[in-house]
Design a binder for this molecule. Sequence first.
Ligand code: SAM
Length: 327
Amino acid sequence: MSLYDKFGRQITDLRISITDRCNFRCVYCRSADPENYRDHSELLTWPELRRLARIFVGLGIRKVRITGGEPLVREGVEEFIAHLKMLGVADLSITTNGHLLAERCERLIAAGLKRINISLDSLDAAKFERITRTRSFGKVMEGIETVQRSQLAPAKVNAVLVRGINDDEIEAFAEFARERSVIMRFIEFMPLDADRHWSRDLMVPAAEVQQRIHARWPLEQIPHEKSETARKFRFVDGARGEIGLIAPVTQAFCGHCSRIRLTADGRMRTCLFSKEDHNLLELLRDSATDGQIEEWVKAIVMEKEEGHRINEPGFVPPSRTMVYIGG
Ligand code: SAM
């Protein structure tokens, strides 16, 4: 079975947020003010997640990314990865802030993890700690080093650039890619922050990042799959490491989107910017059969939005922010 939307896009990728909790409080994502987490009883349990994963795989999902919140704060993630592997998910990845990575890396690999994205928004310890509102710089760097020594290498290291905060580090990040042989990816700041501070001026366009790195170390583009979010570049001088540019705001890639999302509280989302999400938890807990869930998922996917509307007048950001949607 396969999932298609009404624009003919085949949906093969699922991002599963396994928790709405996070041990970081990044300024471009969460608020300094306490937020209301869902009660544990309102979150998908592991048996529910395993059942849904089986149904989604049966519907043609081939790529699963586990995210959150911070996925490594929820006990049981390794067992869930092993389950996804057993279901035959070939492309199995996780997005993490890296705080708990050094100590968990081996177990994640043993469970079947194939790829990893680690968030790192500054190479300056003091600035990193201001952005994340933690004291975790050393632990995250240790996590990246552990990955680089493992079969998960090369790590994808993700930086969200915010004008006036870390855009002075573009070249330093590129140098980091060259020195550590990582894939350094720059993500445009999106209007998904809890404090609603996003403005176009705060977003650093991918074209600017490309120009600045290219001026210092010429880049050449590497072909990529249409459904991939990043445009990829290598260094012309043959240095190791790679650059990725993710430009959801200035160069939207919705036309080739193959993704859907499942939130920790069991809502299905067909776009990061969907105005509404769909309550799968209720259906699941209402004794729906696998067949009923499949039909429901197919109908929702069919109505997937053609694209986000960030650049259109009157754009309204979704009521739920990144930490609750799962990036
Ligand atoms: N806790 C994990 C982490 O830090 O990678 C996974 C969840 S986090 C919400 C996933 C990704 O979303 C991170 O790379 C984070 O930097 C990114 N993100 C959060 N808020 C964002 C925003 N407003 N615009 C762009 N990216 C954002």
